[in-house]
Design a binder for this molecule. Structure first.
Ligand SMILES: Cc1cc2nc3c(=O)[nH]c(=O)nc-3n(C[C@H](O)[C@H](O)[C@H](O)COP(=O)(O)O)c2cc1C
Length: 200
């Protein structure tokens, strides 16, 4: 849908959620949206990042990419939040960003938009649904409209997550995104652009 503004705001340590966000960005543009792809700031101490070579490599590669601001959420008609699962919950880096939005929440500037989430875990039952549901608790407080993908397309029976889109990275944390995940990401992006446009 033309002229819909889509913000994709995410955190990623080792690149999986980053790759998901990039795919969503491309799909959002294909669906006609103006897209802002923004990572939230890293908060972990240098020592923690340095102790994991993959995290360090991803941090160095992406540290100069544009950072999310409150205006990116206010600006958008539709917002996709992405986070790796942390003990079945959001990463603190994304939560910290969300926790800076109090002034915009207080002015009602976060309400009446379309929101959805995406995540990744190492293990199959490692908390993807609990992470997305935890994220959506916040959206209710915004007065946002949760645009769950549900099973609104047959492809959702392949990725199997009606709450959003998710990926399992496996024991070595390196399983790449495949056709099933790409299809689910493309579907999520086009659906939220359509519904964000209708809400606007
Ligand atoms: C502190 C911490 C907690 C984690 N908690 C979980 C978890 O609850 N379930 C799980 O399957 N994976 C868990 N993981 C693995 C990450 O979710 C996985 O590496 C991540 O989804 C990869 O995303 P990224 O490459 O975008 O950083 C955890 C990782 C860390 C560092």
């Amino acid at each position: 849908m033309a002229d819909v503004k889509l913000a994709i705001i995410y955190y990623s340590s080792t690149g999986t959620v980053h790759a998901m966000a990039k795919r969503l960005s491309e799909a959002g543009e294909k669906a006609g949206a103006e897209v802002r792809l923004r990572q939230v700031a890293e908060l972990a101490p240098e020592a923690a990042i340095g102790a994991n070579p993959v995290w360090k490599q991803h941090f160095d590669k992406t540290k100069n990419e544009p950072k999310a601001t409150a205006d990116d959420v206010v600006w958008a008609d539709a917002v996709l939040f992405g986070t790796p699962t942390r003990y079945g919950n959001l990463a603190s880096q994304l939560k910290q960003f969300i926790d800076t939005l109090g002034p915009q929440w207080g002015q009602g500037l976060l309400a009446n938009k379309a929101y959805a989430g995406f995540t990744s875990t190492m293990t199959e039952h490692g908390g993807q649904e609990s992470t997305l549901l935890a994220l959506y608790n916040t959206i209710y407080h915004f007065g946002g409209i949760v645009v769950a993908p549900g099973y609104t397309d047959p492809l959702k029976f392949a990725d199997g997550n009606p709450y959003g889109v998710s990926h399992v990275t496996g024991g070595n944390n390196d399983a790449p995104l495949g056709d099933v995940q790409y299809a689910a990401l493309d579907h999520l992006a086009s659906r939220i652009v359509t519904i964000g446009g209708k809400l606007r």
